[in-house]
Design a protein around this ligand. Structure first.
Ligand SMILES: Cc1cc2nc3c(=O)[nH]c(=O)nc-3n(C[C@H](O)[C@H](O)[C@H](O)COP(=O)(O)O)c2cc1C
Ligand SMILES: O=C(O)C(=O)c1ccccc1
Length: 352
C-alpha cells in the first residue's frame, strides 16, 4: 500500500490517495454503488475468478497496444474514460483536465451530459494536446429540444458517437446521497444541460434527475428518432443481456457498452465481465461490444478482450486521478467554495 509521498503504482493506490482528498459526501457520491452495493463489489470481484492461460516463448519485443476504434480512429490502447458527471467536485478543472490527460495518453473519453464544462471546452482541452476521440453521453430526455441542441453541439465539436445511457430510466437508489442530503456544490454549472447548481438548488440528485430524464423511454420510440436526427454513431450504454444485444442489432445501433453504470443503478445485476460473453455471442460480430465496470488493472483489460470486448472503459479511476492532483489547500476548501479554488492546472494523475 502506498504511504503518503510514495510513488503511486496501481489504481488501488490512486483510489486510496484520491479518496483521502475528498470531503466525505463527495467521496461517497463518487465511490458508492446503489442500495446493498452488491453489483459494485461484484464488478471487481468477478475478474478474480478468471485466470489467464499464458503461452510462452512468444516474441513480444514489438508488442503494440494501439488499435482502431469506431471504424478507423487510432488509439494507443484499448481503453477509454467513461462518461462520469460532476468532475469539478474532484478538481476545479474537472472534465477539461480529464480530456487533456486522455489526449496525452492517446485514449478516448466519454463526455457526460452532466459535465461541468461545455462539450466544446472539454473537446478543445483535449484536441489542443493531441488528436482524441470524444463520445457524447446522452440520456433519453424529457426535453427533446434540449436533447437536439446537445446532439448538434456534439456534432459541431467533432464527437464521434453518442453513448445513449439506457440503464437509467430512474436514478439508482444510493443511500449515501439520502443520508448526506447530497447536492452539487454552489457555483458548479452544468452547461451541456443548460443548468446551474443555483437553478437546481431545491432538488436532490435524485429529484433533479427525475425531472430531467424520461422514464417512458423505449427502443421503438427513441432509437429510430435518434437515428433520424444524427449521423453520429449510436451506441447503447448499459446492456447486460443477449436479448438487449439482439435489440441493439435489430435497431441498427453501431455498438453496445456492456455496463451496469459502475454498480450505481439497479443493484443485484451481474458483474459486467460475467455478462460480457453472452452479449458478445449475441452480437456475433454484427455490432461492436465494449465494456466498463470495475476494470482496474492491465490483466482486467486482457480478460475483457479475451472475452470478446473490443475496448474497455473506466469511470472512477479518472475521478481519483483528478482528486490526487488537487493541492491540499484546494482540498480543504472543497465542499463549500469551489468557485474560489486556486487549483493549479490538473495533470490528471490517472493518465498523466
Ligand atoms: C461519479 C460517477 C458519475 C457517473 N455519471 C455518469 C453519467 O453521467 N452518465 C453515464 O452514462 N454514466 C455515468 N457513470 C457511469 C460510468 O459511465 C461508468 O459506467 C462506470 O463508472 C464504470 O465503472 P467503474 O467506475 O467501476 O470503472 C458515472 C459513474 C460515476 C462513478
Ligand atoms: O451519478 C451517476 O451515476 C450519474 O449517472 C449521474 C446522473 C446525474 C448527474 C450526475 C451523474
Amino acid at each position: 500500500m502506498a504511504k503518503e509521498g510514495e510513488k503511486m503504482l496501481s489504481v488501488a493506490d490512486l483510489e486510496r490517495a484520491g479518496s483521502k482528498k475528498l470531503p466525505d459526501s463527495i467521496r461517497e457520491f463518487y465511490n458508492s454503488g446503489s442500495t446493498e452495493q452488491l453489483t459494485i463489489h461484484e464488478n471487481s470481484r468477478a475478474f478474480s475468478k478468471y485466470r489467464v492461460r499464458p503461452r510462452v516463448l512468444v516474441d513480444v519485443s514489438k508488442a503494440d497496444t494501439s488499435t482502431n476504434l469506431f471504424g478507423g480512429q487510432r488509439v494507443s490502447f484499448p481503453l477509454g474514460v467513461s462518461p462520469a458527471g460532476v468532475q469539478a467536485m474532484a478538481h476545479p478543472d474537472g472534465e477539461t483536465a480529464t480530456s487533456r490527460a486522455c489526449a496525452k495518453r492517446g485514449v478516448s473519453m466519454g463526455i457526460s451530459s452532466f459535465s461541468n464544462y461545455s462539450i466544446t471546452e472539454v473537446r478543445s482541452a483535449g484536441t489542443n494536446v493531441a488528436p482524441i476521440i470524444h463520445v457524447m453521453q446522452l440520456y433519453t430526455m424529457k426535453d427533446r429540444d434540449l436533447q437536439l441542441r446537445i446532439i448538434r453541439d456534439a456534432e459541431l465539436a467533432g464527437c464521434t458517437a453518442i453513448f445513449l445511457t439506457a440503464d437509467s430510466p430512474v436514478l439508482g437508489v444510493r443511500y449515501n446521497e439520502w443520508r448526506n442530503d447530497f447536492r452539487t456544490p454552489a457555483g458548479l454549472a452544468f452547461p451541456i444541460i443548460e443548468l446551474t447548481t443555483e437553478r437546481i438548488q431545491n432538488q436532490t440528485h435524485d429529484s433533479g434527475f427525475t425531472a430531467f430524464n424520461d422514464d417512458a423511454h423505449n427502443w421503438t420510440r427513441d432509437i429510430p428518432w435518434l437515428r433520424s436526427v444524427t449521423k453520429m454513431q449510436i451506441w447503447i450504454k448499459g446492456v447486460l443481456t443477449a436479448e438487449d444485444t439482439l435489440l441493439a442489432v435489430q435497431y441498427g445501433c453501431d455498438g453496445i457498452i456492456v455496463s451496469n453504470h459502475g454498480g450505481r443503478q439497479l443493484d443485484g445485476v451481474p458483474a459486467t465481465i460475467d455478462a460480457l460473453p453472452e452479449c458478445v455471442a449475441a452480437a456475433n460480430g454484427r455490432i461492436r461490444v465494449h465494456v466498463d465496470g470495475g476494470i482496474r488493472t492491465g490483466t482486467d483489460i486482457f480478460k475483457a478482450l479475451a472475452f470478446g470486448a473490443e475496448c474497455c472503459w473506466v469511470g472512477r479511476p479518472a475521478i481519483w486521478g483528478l482528486a490526487v492532483s488537487l493541492s491540499m489547500a484546494v482540498a480543504c476548501q472543497m465542499g463549500s467554495v469551489h468557485t474560489e479554488c486556486l487549483g493549479r492546472p490538473a495533470e490528471n494523475s490517472f493518465a498523466a
